[in-house]
Design a protein around this ligand. Structure first.
Ligand SMILES: Cc1ncc(COP(=O)(O)O)c(C=O)c1O
Ligand SMILES: N[C@@H](CCCC[NH3+])C(=O)O
Length: 463
């Protein structure tokens, strides 16, 4: 790594630029355990290590940018969810957050189930040995071919999302002489306290069947009549990156209300209720997420209380955390390419990736943290913006950050909490190659998803 001198010029502003800046952190070299994977520490020589491997070695061996995933942390968090919910509930990891065969094996070993939402995720899950009966198949527009594959594989449940799908799944199951276990996803009319694009239980959006106007009750009526379906429960997912449990409380109240109506109308008590995922994680030191045992206790109490009030047997609960398991377990390692101080504004730090490896900042105005990880620095904090290499001014990875004023090309910086929805939403914009996922564990690193190559891109271009 070369380290060239930066041009003279203001490297820290007296007046902070517009944005979400608070006072600079007391110690820029400190790594807040809230946002970093659990085995991350700074060595005596100032270099950050994770899983016992230092970031300079990781960059040399695997290149940058790279997603670095802490296996021990992933397993710990998965196990904590499993233990918190206990034997009377099921935890389905939401594969959309990040899925690879290694992840599927860890989930299997740690006793979790898996939520998939496309044929591609289903194929990954099955190819890595996840038993089909522990897979839930989601999606608001599953193709007939995807439904056939799911039914043929014997998935444990298909979550029905529309009236058309009720008929399609019943038809496919019946044509195979099967009875497919299904849940119906409903929208309960909750405005979750999160970004508009990731809230999913208000009525004016594409997911689920509205409770309002009796549509959900009608969907249940139809599903109960079809021989190809075994209706096992009702599903609700209210959104993502949520800290406030009150949305789940309202959702549980309304789902249980529907279970009661079903009992009264059909004389059937559906045995399961799925409250989806959506639990928030810390992206910056300002975020305070709950622990899995607190979430499990709160959700179980809400459902039990609502069922007692409705004189229903408490159904088996399932949840679908994605971000809360994988999000904190990884960071993205970048090399600084250019450092551009803009007078009276801030310093633009360009890295070798960008919106193609993390679209969340551009898409949701998401906030991230960042730290210099290849060395320590005693330099003053400078207001900075970490940007990528794409031909797009919105190509921002970390919008408002402080980095040390002596930051220079060749330094390694890392953005924590990028385990969820970064690799899984990565693109090839500008034909930039998607980074690898490197797993670190007990002093070893290994690639579980390799870096894309130009040959990969050219192979797709058959014209
Ligand atoms: C149905 C369903 N379940 C689970 C999840 C996982 O959400 P999160 O990663 O926020 O826990 C999602 C995504 O929002 C989802 O749509
Ligand atoms: N992809 C989103 C969340 C949507 C999750 C799936 N419904 C994110 O990065 O926050």
């Amino acid at each position: 790594m070369s380290r060239s001198a930066h041009p003279a010029g203001p490297r820290h502003a007296d007046v902070l630029p517009e944005g979400h800046y608070s006072a600079p952190p007391a110690d820029l070299n400190a790594l807040d355990p809230k946002v970093w994977a659990r085995t991350v520490v700074r060595d005596d020589d100032g270099v950050v290590t994770v899983g016992g491997v230092d970031v300079v070695t990781l960059a040399e061996q695997h290149g940058t940018p790279a997603y670095i995933l802490d296996e021990a942390d992933f397993r710990d968090r998965a196990r904590a969810w499993r233990t918190a919910f206990g034997a009377d509930a099921d935890v389905f990891y939401a594969g959309k957050a990040f899925l690879s065969r290694a992840v599927v094996r860890w989930l299997h070993e740690e006793g979790l189930n898996l939520d998939v939402c496309s044929g591609g995720e289903l194929a990954t899950a099955l190819s890595a040995g996840m038993p089909a009966d522990r897979i839930a198949f989601h999606g608001n527009n599953k193709s007939t071919e995807e439904i056939e594959r799911a039914v043929d594989a014997g998935v444990g449940r298909i979550v029905l999302d529309s009236f058309q799908e009720i008929v399609r799944v019943a038809h496919v199951a019946q044509s195979r002489g099967k009875r497919q276990r299904v849940q119906i996803r409903i929208t309960v009319g909750v405005e979750a306290h999160t970004h508009e694009f990731i809230a999913t239980a208000h009525e004016d959006q594409k997911f689920g069947i509205p409770l309002a106007g009796g549509q959900a009750a009608e969907a249940v009526r139809r599903a109960l009549q079809l021989d190809g379906l075994e209706l096992i429960g009702i599903h609700s997912h209210i959104g993502s990156q949520i800290f406030d449990m009150s949305g789940f409380e309202v959702a549980a109240h309304r789902v249980v209300g529907l279970l009661k109506d079903i009992r009264d109308e059909h004389g059937v008590e559906l045995p399961e209720i799925d409250l989806g995922g959506g639990l928030g994680i810390a992206y910056t030191s300002d975020d305070d997420p709950s622990e899995p045992h607190e979430i499990a206790k709160a959700l179980t109490e809400i459902v039990t209380r609502e069922c007692e009030a409705a004189r229903l047997r408490t159904p088996r609960i399932s949840v679908e955390p994605g971000r809360a398991i994988v999000g904190p377990t990884a960071f993205t390692l970048y090399e600084v390419g250019t450092v551009k101080p803009l007078d009276g504004l801030r310093t633009y730090v360009s890295v070798d990736g960008g919106m193609s490896d993390n679209i969340r900042t551009a898409l949701y105005d998401a906030e991230y943290s960042v730290a210099l990880v290849s060395r320590v620095s005693d330099a003053a904090p400078m207001p900075a913006r970490v940007v990528g290499k794409h031909c797009e001014s919105g190509d921002i990875v970390v919008k408002d950050a402080f980095l040390p004023a002596d930051l220079a090309p060749g330094d390694l910086i890392a953005v924590p909490a990028t385990g969820a929805y970064c690799r899984s939403m990565a693109s090839n914009y500008n034909h930039v190659l998607r980074p690898p996922v490197v797993v670190v564990h007990e002093g070893e690193s290994r690639v579980v998803v390799r870096r894309e190559t130009e040959e990969d891109l050219l192979r797709l271009d058959v014209g």
